[in-house]
Design a protein. Sequence first.
Length: 113
Amino acid sequence: MAELPLEVSCQDVQRLLADGDGQPWLLLDCREPDEHATAAIDGAVLIPMGELPDRVGELAGREQQRIVVHCHGGVRSLRVAQWLRNQGFPQAQSMAGGIDAWSLEIDPSVPRY
């Protein structure tokens, strides 16, 4: 399996949500619960960045799956995707621009903050 790029565009994530690529994958929201309560992408699983080291076991069995991480602007998710790769999740990716870009480029009904 070829390694995926560390970052993926909002448009590519939208395509994955719409029709997938035939493979199971996970959209992981690494923001804080209050941020998630303000704005969220349907289908995303919330595991805040600070809790991930203690909760990484929840991702067991997904080591070879694509995991797309998003945050507010793309900085935390990039760190989380790299951390996940170092923990044995080589297909982890960060959604470039985060949920802010998602709101601007994909779904304006998602509030910006």
